[in-house]
Ligand binder design. Structure first.
Ligand SMILES: O=c1[nH]cc([C@@H]2O[C@H](COP(=O)(O)O)[C@@H](O)[C@H]2O)c(=O)[nH]1
Ligand SMILES: [Mn+2]
Length: 410
């Protein structure tokens, strides 16, 4: 099997084809971030939180060689119950697809699959980053270059506190990732509300995050907008206490000689044990908090109000959710008038690469192009054939721009 398979869950396919808000979720946090059965409970609770906040959850994993976007309950269980499920970053995707294997997806690979599917918002707990001691190991998470390349909003509570936070922020700056603090000027530290390091800009509403992604795309810039959302005050850990656990976990890491992709799961598991479960409780709280914010941003990106007032619990009621994303034409807005060039409504006729798309075309792949479990290449070929690529090359052809299908009409 050489052609990668791609499957959108029914709910996700329906939402994307109707221009409704979708939030991608990773599966490494399920397979390796929490013990069973807490991990299953949390995976279901996060999906529920996204629905309650008026968006459709799309948990991503690779199962039997198929890139799956939106898992069934049984598939979530399979991920949660398989401690041996490998953790897959971007470089692993070809192997999994070619050999029909299964894996949980990290921030990097989830963001990649989400971008392929045309999902604009991805919620996680904490991104990977530059590890302490990187001068010797060169251990820099593939999450960082993925953020530099993929056009979407990523909501996280900062980067995992086990990282070299200053170096992580330097990397993001070097590679042009926009880092926004949600209600804060400082970059949050996952279990802690602050790292003491500044963010590029503070925002105070989901609509502002959506506007920044639109502006990024309108400017033709590839890469992500990282929204750093501090853990709620009541759930944050005490810094002194946490640093004690972390020092011990790092000593254990060195003593056991753990290296490479095993580092993150090892440290998280040690912190769990050393803190008597406190880090797990905090992790859960910050993910739920991020899920709410991500759903609100996804809603703003498709032209809905941030809050699902008067809608059903799945965001599907009230007649609003079926509303297609607003679209216009690429000439709307006058240069030099930021309010019009970067409007609060979905950006008119602009793709991730800044190329114009036909004003009349649907800004999402039509339902028939998303039906069933077709291949990635076939799926997007059909989509592009319908005129949604702004004249650019299809995925499956070499060098798809930015790894993103683009052409999403905003
Ligand atoms: O609190 C957590 N943060 C991050 C991860 C996972 O760890 C990955 C980063 O791993 P690495 O440093 O090996 O790239 C992230 O993408 C994410 O999937 C996790 O399980 N739990
Ligand atoms: Mn690493």
């Amino acid at each position: 099997m050489t052609t990668p398979h791609f499957h959108l869950g029914d709910e996700v396919r329906d939402a994307l084809s109707r221009g409704r808000p979708v939030v991608a979720l990773e599966s490494t946090i399920i397979a390796h971030g929490f013990p069973y059965p807490d991990n299953l409970e949390m995976a279901l609770a996060v999906e529920e939180e996204v629905r309650r906040a008026g968006a459709v959850p799309a948990t991503v994993a690779v199962l039997d060689g198929c890139l799956r976007v939106g898992l069934s309950r049984a598939e979530l269980e399979r991920v949660a119950r398989s401690p041996d499920l490998p953790k897959a970053s971007i470089r692993d995707l070809p192997v999994l697809c070619a050999l029909g294997r299964s894996a949980a997806t990290t921030v990097a690979s989830t963001a990649q699959v989400a971008a392929w599917a045309g999902i604009d918002v991805f919620v996680t707990g904490g991104i990977g980053g530059v590890h302490r001691g990187w001068e010797q190991t060169l251990d820099i998470s593939a999450d960082l270059p993925a953020l530099a390349r993929l056009s979407l909003v990523v909501v996280s509570a900062g980067a995992k506190t086990v990282l070299d936070m200053a170096a992580t922020l330097e990397y993001l700056e070097t590679h042009g990732v926009t880092v926004l603090g949600y209600g804060t000027e400082v970059f949050p530290g996952f279990y802690l509300r602050s790292t003491g390091l500044p963010v590029d800009a503070r925002i105070d509403s989901p609509a502002e995050a959506a506007a920044v992604l639109r502006a990024r795309r309108a400017l033709g810039l590839p890469g992500a907008v990282l929204v750093a959302n501090p853990i709620p005050p009541d759930d944050a850990l005490d810094e002194g206490e946490f640093n004690g656990w972390l020092a011990q976990a790092e000593a254990d890491l060195a003593a056991e000689g753990v290296k490479g992709k095993a580092v993150t799961p090892f440290l998280l598991a040690r912190l769990h044990a050393l803190s008597g479960g406190r880090t797990v409780a905090a992790n859960r709280a910050l993910v739920m908090n991020n899920a709410r914010l991500g759903a609100a941003i996804a809603r703003c990106l498709v032209g809905l109000s941030a809050e699902p007032e008067g809608e059903g619990p799945d965001g599907g009621g009230g007649g609003l959710a079926g509303k297609p994303p607003a679209r216009g034409n690429a000439s709307a807005g006058q240069p030099g008038s930021p309010d019009q060039v970067f409007p609060d409504e979905p950006a008119p006729g602009l793709t991730a690469g800044g190329a114009a798309v036909p004003a009349e075309g649907p800004s999402r792949p039509p339902a028939e192009a998303l039906a069933g479990g077709g291949t990635v290449a076939a799926l997007f070929r059909r989509w592009w054939a319908l005129g949604h690529d702004g004249g650019r090359s299809a995925m499956g052809a070499p060098a798809a721009p930015g790894g993103s299908p683009g052409g999403r009409g905003r």
